[in-house]
Design a protein around this ligand. Structure first.
Ligand code: IMP
Length: 176
């Protein structure tokens, strides 16, 4: 297996990720059957999770992409940079798909932008949640579908990066 020197240990293997993502897909299938939801991939980190997740949802759906970021290397900048326009979501059942919630600044900002466009409903699916790292302002923020809650670790792989590297690792690893 390819484990770069900067990876201290593997937190979730490819198999563990596949099983958890499959379970989330089952829940989404039962919650969205008959609704034609719009799944929105929050770029770039959620791209791998998104691709696996939507293939586990067994009902008609559509997809969109939205680019937002607030990280620089291994640190949150505290400033959310939204680089896309919010797609037309009026009256749609929207599921925002994110890789990880940390301070929750990014998703709180993205969620507010999406809610301004009057979706019929808006839910959030995220693979990882660092609950203990919430910004005080967003301490009650939680996703509707969460893969795993993790401690305050910097992790990479399965789409998550450190300065754009390691997104291609098929597992989630702890960065040294
Ligand atoms: P938040 O705004 O602090 O919740 O940060 C969310 C964003 O920061 C995520 O979409 C990631 O891009 C990035 N991020 C937070 N923690 C990590 C991590 O452990 N590894 C890689 N990216 C992270």
């Amino acid at each position: 297996m390819y484990v770069p020197e900067k990876i201290e240990r593997i937190l979730y293997t490819q198999e563990e990720l596949a099983e958890r993502v499959r379970q989330l897909g089952e829940r989404l299938t039962s919650d969205y059957g008959g609704k034609n939801p719009l799944f929105v991939c929050v770029l770039k980190g959620s791209v791998v999770f998104f691709a696996d997740l939507i293939r586990g949802v067994r009902c008609p759906l559509e997809i969109e992409f939205y680019k937002a970021s607030s990280y620089d290397g291994t640190r949150s900048t505290g400033k959310v940079d939204s680089k896309s326009d919010v797609p037309d979501i009026t009256g749609r059942d929207v599921v925002l798909v994110e890789d990880i919630v940390d301070t929750a600044r990014t998703l709180s900002d993205v969620k507010a932008r999406f809610l301004e466009k009057s979706p019929a409903s808006l839910k959030i699916a995220c693979l990882l949640d660092k609950r203990s790292c919430r910004d005080e302002r967003f301490k009650n923020f939680s996703a509707d579908y969460t893969g795993f809650e993790i401690e305050n670790l910097f992790v990479v792989g399965y789409g998550l990066d450190c300065s754009q590297a390691f997104r291609n690792l098929p597992y989630i690893g702890v960065y040294k």
